[in-house]
Write a protein that binds this ligand. Sequence first.
Ligand code: KIV
Length: 284
Amino acid sequence: MGSKLTAPTISRRKRHLGADPLVMLTAYDAPSARMADEAGADLILVGDSVAMVVLGHDDTMSVTVGEMAHHTAAVARTRPRAMVVSDMPWMSYHVSVADTVTNAAALVRAGAGAVKLEGGAERVPMIEAIVSAQVPVMGHLGLTPQSMLAQGGYRVQGRTSGAALGLVADAKALAHAGCFAIVLEGMPAAVGQMITDALDVPTIGIGAGGACDGQVLVFHDVLGLQTGLLPRFVRRYAALHDCGVDALARFAADVRSGAFPRDDECYEMNPDEESALGLYGHQG
Ligand code: KIV
């Protein structure tokens, strides 16, 4: 599959220079990381979406640095070829520069090759401090789920020309601060294209159109492990929730009918030992 991907190699992956589009998938544990890596993902994002798709929270704001480190370590133990990027959770990079660097270090010690954080120019001091601690940073602009209270829900951003230009300015500020790549989420395709054209570092889109230098989707969405209404940008490639429920229901039916286990699914005893047991009769 080739050599391990790193932030410097990824930072040069611009499609207009002839690079293949970057593929990023989320993963949160060893099995999902192995699947994403075997499928050829360039980057595995241990996203704070873990809060919603694995831990059962209603939003991403409840997850902690400790929980992100726990899931990052499970992914990193699989030693994927893909680069492991770990999300900095809400409030782990908002209070002070010193706390920000300490929290980024916790994720790197858990096995992350880079951290990702949400927000625009207001995050520049935090990004510069993490970069100067030698940790690659990925930015995240547009619909930023950790801002759902401030943004009034999960709303597409950059729909007016003023807001779009604001996003372009934010993207330039993040790139200038040292981000090696930037996720663009929930914005018109034209804005995704403008930002991608304005930057020397790659953009990775999720609901930001086809001009981005790469695309990311959430593991559970791609595989159909999530039920309920999905955003327009999700394309499901499997229906594993339904497939899983069907398999589990067949197991339950087999247990109830006595069809599970069969003899060849049971351990045998040495026949002499078994007949010796008969000599003692059954107790109790
Ligand atoms: O946490 C996550 O899954 C993300 C992606 C949506 C980019 O940040």
